[in-house]
Design a protein around this ligand. Structure first.
Ligand code: RB5
Length: 143
């Protein structure tokens, strides 16, 4: 599985922790930045990550800003992207099973490092349920 990662200044520190976690788990990833705490627009990394997922250059994306909200709003404007804002383990699993989310967004100012790593672990390792009702609803999202 190929994962693309992005953040703004509000998510930079947590992104670095998540990258270290992906390395530890031998997950193939590309980091679209940002690469420092300098203020920047969350929109830019969100579009880069979302476009990589839309084009099939990556299977999944992870986006982190201060709240995760700007990232999710922006990423969801890209067709074919189903971005889920997640701060708990139940939602991490449910959004994969039910929504087949292909982008995960989190808030670096909201969630702690350890829970964020656990969320990433569950989200990356849960397959879509493929149940008829969930498939029907996911297909409706694309129309
Ligand atoms: C940046 O201060 C902050 O607005 C941004 O990281 C994010 O939380 C927006 O949704």
């Amino acid at each position: 599985m190929k994962v693309v990662v992005g953040a703004d200044h509000g998510g930079f520190e947590l992104k670095q922790k998540i990258i270290a976690f992906l390395e530890e788990k031998h997950v193939d990833f590309h980091d679209f930045g940002t690469y420092s705490m300098e203020s920047c627009d969350y929109n830019d990394a969100a579009v880069q990550v979302a476009e990589a997922v839309r084009k099939g250059e990556a299977d999944r994306g992870i986006l982190i800003c201060g709240t995760g909200i700007g990232m999710s709003i922006q990423a969801n404007k890209v067709k074919g992207v189903r971005a889920a804002l997640v701060h708990d383990l139940f939602s991490a699993k449910a959004t994969r099973l039910h929504n087949d989310s292909n982008v995960l967004t989190m808030g670096g100012r909201i969630v702690g490092d350890e829970i964020a790593k656990a969320i990433v672990d569950v989200w990356l390792n849960t397959e879509f349920s493929n149940e008829e009702r969930h498939l029907r609803r996911v297909n409706k999202l694309e129309k």
